[in-house]
Design a protein around this ligand. Structure first.
Ligand code: SF4
Length: 154
């Protein structure tokens, strides 16, 4: 078994465990919140360091969709900084608003993070099949957030 295969299958197993397990046990959604915190912390050292070294979602998409993807280039509108920042801003508003709204209920908050994971994973799978396996990474709000934190730090 190669190192890439081992990392890819472990990432896919983690992502599926969170996506399926969170349906039955909402506290699993906090794994998503933890991953977001780690991504932001790592971006203080280097923008997109988390993407390059640790993101289970990116690796799972690349590994799981390798044979299913049509491998087409993305439309140029998806590549514009404006659309990526708008999506990132929308996600941050959703996260902030829901943390405030659901603060008293750990299960509801866990469900929110789980839902965020499932919706973005679904979007990642769809664009990954239509375009390239990791097409989601181009528009991913967490990737844009890491770039923004890195730029602000500079
Ligand atoms: S862009 Fe998003 S999904 Fe892709 S590797 Fe980075 S954090 Fe993960």
């Amino acid at each position: 078994m190669t190192k890439n295969f081992a990392i890819g299958s472990a990432s896919l197993a983690f992502v599926l465990a969170v996506a399926i397990g969170g349906f039955f046990y909402p506290y699993i959604g906090f794994a998503v919140a933890a991953v977001m915190v780690v991504a932001m912390a790592m971006s203080l050292f280097k923008p997109r360091l988390f993407c390059a070294k640790a993101c289970p979602r990116g690796r799972a998409l690349g590994f799981g969709l390798k044979k299913l993807s049509r491998g087409r280039p993305l439309p140029t509108t998806a590549l514009s900084g404006g659309s990526r920042r708008a999506l990132c801003g929308f996600m941050m508003l959703c996260v902030g608003g829901n943390i405030y709204r659901l603060f008293g209920s750990a299960a509801a908050l866990g469900s929110f993070f789980w839902g965020l994971c499932v919706v973005s994973l679904g979007a990642g799978v769809v664009v990954g099949i239509i375009y390239k396996p990791r097409a989601w990474c181009v528009v991913c709000p967490m990737g844009t957030l890491q770039e923004t934190i890195g730029a602000l730090k500079k």
